[in-house]
Design a protein around this ligand. Structure first.
Ligand code: 2RA
Length: 330
């Protein structure tokens, strides 16, 4: 298995390499790929040193799989070129997510849609991934009618510049480079990505549209408010879910506990609930504060936390590759 990691020097690319290493992905050759300014840089993987190459060199090496985390325009141009030489691309940008000819995959939810013909596979947005992992088992049991989600998203979702902005502000440096239009430390910004004509942000619309596509059900109504908070380690979400059928709260808990990839942390007597600092560097989705919404029939409240760079990006992409491999699709 020859694996290319495109965007290998970025925040998500670095985590992709770490996750491939940790999960002992059976690769025979690693091809780290980055922009021209990083070509020739050395990357150590499992004790071996690999040199960063450019996209053209990587295509000529015909990798079996290319994990892409290099931005939408790079994906639009280069993913088809990799696909042409037989590479299966798993793309973390938003470029292909809503393309009806491309699958948008969270392995716990819809990996069974994948076939050997899928040469460009889209990895969903981080805040969507962690939510649908928890929604799926409950949708199977009680059929979801409507979801109302508010997010509390880590600065790592924006990238290195945002982490630097927050850390600079924390140190009292106020004239450093800004990733956000406002101070983020000691603040909360109710805007993630740009605004669309309907008054929602692009991130909010991603959560709405991607949820319908991954769950394979356009009837689920979703509304979202996405918010940036001065935190690293993971995204948190308050999720209110209305079902068609009523539920038993103990059964909800058991269903979540029995779902692969979910860890239930919900022991209020001992003040146990999921928090970003505990989800950091973990591959699972953490669910807590499981309780009935007493203001409305058949409605549940959940608190969902995951490391956005792991399950929200790198881990999900590597899990897609693992699934393809286990089914002989690559
Ligand atoms: C964010 N969802 O957290 C984005 C990253 N893809 O900003």
């Amino acid at each position: 298995m020859k694996i290319a990691v495109v965007g290998a020097t970025g925040l998500v690319g670095t985590v992709m390499l770490k996750v491939l290493e940790e999960r002992n992905f059976p690769l025979t050759e690693l091809i780290p790929v980055a922009s021209e300014k990083s070509v020739g840089k050395e990357i150590t993987f499992k004790g071996k040193v690999f040199k960063v190459v450019n996209l053209e060199t990587a295509i000529a090496m015909k990798p079996d799989v290319a994990l892409f985390s290099a931005g939408g325009s790079t994906s639009l141009t280069y993913a088809p070129l990799f696909a042409e030489v037989g590479t299966t691309v798993i793309d973390n940008s938003s470029a292909w997510r809503m393309d009806p000819s491309k699958k948008l995959v969270v392995p716990e939810v819809n990996a069974d849609e994948l076939t050997a013909d899928d040469k460009i596979i889209a990895n969903p947005n981080c805040s969507t991934i962690q939510m649908v992992v928890a929604l799926k088992p409950l949708h199977d049991l009680y059929k979801i009618k409507r979801v109302v989600v508010s997010t509390y998203q880590s600065v790592t979702g924006t990238g290195v510049k945002a982490v630097e902005q927050m850390m600079n502000e924390r140190k009292g440096i106020t004239d450093g480079p800004m990733a956000y239009p406002y101070q983020i430390d000691l603040n909360v910004i109710p805007q993630i990505d740009v605004f669309e004509e309907n008054g929602y942000t692009k991130e909010e619309m991603k959560m709405i549209k991607e949820t319908n596509k991954i769950m394979g059900d356009d009837q689920i109504r979703v509304t979202a408010t996405t918010v940036r908070i001065p935190v690293m380690g993971g995204h948190a979400e308050s999720v209110n879910i209305e079902f068609e059928k009523d539920f038993d709260i103990a059964e909800v808990r058991t269903a979540l506990e029995n779902t692969a990839g979910i860890i239930v942390v919900d022991d209020i007597a001992n003040l146990k609930y999921p928090m970003p600092k505990d989800a950091h560097e973990k591959d699972e989705v953490f669910v807590g504060r499981i309780r009935r919404d007493e203001s409305q029939d058949n409605t549940l409240n959940l608190w969902i936390v995951a490391d956005n760079l792991r399950k929200g990006a790198a881990t999900n992409a590597v899990q897609i590759a693992e699934y393809l491999l286990s089914k002989g699709l690559i």
